[in-house]
Write a protein that binds this ligand. Structure first.
Ligand code: SF4
Ligand code: SF4
Length: 164
């Protein structure tokens, strides 16, 4: 796996949205094969090489950008040490602030129908988690190749916001 992606993943390896297991609030709603998020978790290039025995790896097209991307369909709970980037930062999502001219994170609008944390906003999350997610996003954004992927993720999330 690319060193930059590995470092970004590592920033989020030991930290979660709340100081306790938020999955206990919702029976791990974001891991269930239902709801607005759909059944697939997108993988950033290289993540498909991770050993993920709890999931099936497939290829799919992102709906807005039509980017071909690997994704997983999960059959059972996973190990945090191996889960993909998009799961590690959820319910946050990367976005580029035109006003501040920098990458940051915001609540992922796709979390609205399923995540009990959504309506509390970033202020309701562990500040250390928000900061770790922000650092991970900015680390990726420092590499043009990964910044392209962040832009694709933002395009998908922004389009969902338009449909709310
Ligand atoms: S849906 Fe939200 S509260 Fe539930 S496990 Fe996922 S991130 Fe945590
Ligand atoms: S990879 Fe893990 S955290 Fe992500 S949806 Fe699957 S089971 Fe849940």
């Amino acid at each position: 796996m690319d060193n930059t992606l590995r470092a970004a993943l590592d920033l989020l390896s030991d930290i979660t949205p709340l100081k306790h297991d938020c999955g206990s609030l919702c029976d791990s709603a974001c891991c269930r094969d239902e709801g607005e998020l759909g059944s697939l978790v997108w993988l950033l290039p290289g993540e498909e090489d991770t050993h993920m025995p709890w999931a099936d790896v497939v290829t799919t097209a992102m709906p807005v950008t039509q980017t071909q991307i690997s994704a997983i369909s999960c059959n059972s709970p996973c190990s945090r040490s191996d889960r993909p980037f998009c799961c590690r930062i959820f319910p946050l999502s990367p976005y580029y602030s035109e006003k501040r001219q920098e990458w940051d994170v915001r609540m992922d609008r796709r979390a609205a129908p399923i995540c009990p944390l959504f309506h509390y906003g970033k202020a309701g999350l562990d500040p250390a988690f928000v900061e770790a997610a922000r650092r991970a996003v900015r680390l990726l954004a420092g590499d043009p190749k990964w910044e392209q992927w962040l832009m694709r993720l933002q395009a998908e999330e922004s389009a969902y916001r338009m449909e709310l």
